[in-house]
Design a binder for this molecule. Sequence first.
Ligand code: AAL
Length: 417
Amino acid sequence: MKKQLFIYATLCLVLSGMNNSTAQNTESFPFVLPKEKPNMPLSASMERNYSYIAPRPEDNELFSQFKYTMLKGFDYNNHDGTISRRDPSKVIFENGKYYIWYTKRHTPTPPQGAAKSSSTIPSSDWDLSEIWYATSKDGFTWKEEGVAVPRPPKPNVGWRSVSTTDILKWKNKYYLYYQGFMEASGKRGDDCPVAVSYSDSPDGPWTPANKIVIPNGEKGAWDQYSIHDPYPIVYKDKIYLYYKSDFDGDPRLVRMQGLAIADNPLGPFKKHPLNPVITSGHETTLFPYKSGIAALVIKDGNEHNTIQFAEDGVNFKIAAITELMPKAGGPFIPDVFENTKDGRGITWGISHLTNYTNWSQNHSILLRFDCDLSQDIHDPIMKRHQVPYKPEVYFSQGLNADQRKRIKEETRKLKKE
Ligand code: AAL
């Protein structure tokens, strides 16, 4: 009997110890963040955290902060709004120097809106513009070389304005794609198709194809009015030309990204059946990354302020969330025309700042951005999580009179209750 009692007591001790240890070992999420997804029940957010390249941003090659530098070499008439440079192309390196192309507006007045526009007075910051180019030995100081694509004579596409260009190098020839306006932007909307000019040299002379190469969509289609921000990449042996369209407009425009693919730089381009392929963004920057395409998705849409990635160049997913992203970034992408299957990524480029001073002098400037979205460098400073905004940045985003009135009314109602 004693033996049985001893065995029972021992068993109880062991079981209670086990219970305690089980209680102690109820599996909490570990203190050290696992590098791989742990085999345990996870929340939706934690599941999502393991869908990124790495569970921590500093180890995520498609996460980066951005640093900015003022460029030297461009004059803006004391920022009076009569000279504007914006929407730069990608940067390329040829003949021992860097090249960029961009929208240049040089008009007697700053933009005055569609109603007040004329043959000399611009409606918008990119109205009555031409495509100019500049070169640089170091990417910081630039020499403005002159006009690359002037406005062609009526009725050719772009006679009103040519703007928002990007560069393609294909079989040793160069192609500039750009928005070709046939009326002042803002008359109905920011309406235009895309045209193209070509040259044997990045220094020109450029021959306009004098035809629409990316047409507006059919009536009622999402891209029926505007084909903006043409952005060609050589991918899967073809030309993948990404673009943006503004649509809906109830009350604010929706902006999304489309894709058109061609075997020949002068077309025909076939729009992808899954368009829009990115549901957010504006002036979207893209680059080959590993076997897919990455995108800097800024400004508009549910997924603005994200860096996205598509294994197939079509189906984009959020790869990182960041801030203070380059606007209209034209990166230097050494392998962008190499049809690469291992895109190395980017570390710098040229972007723009619009409405640089105030609306009465509405004009834009070009600046340089730097980042670490590259397989070939690891810059911990670019991988910091927060941008330390000065207090004045917060206080510059103050309440307006209507908001203060609403708040005052809410407090008044509380006091009456
Ligand atoms: C830019 C681009 C296109 C638009 C206008 C000039 O940011 O999206 O080029 O037409 O704004």
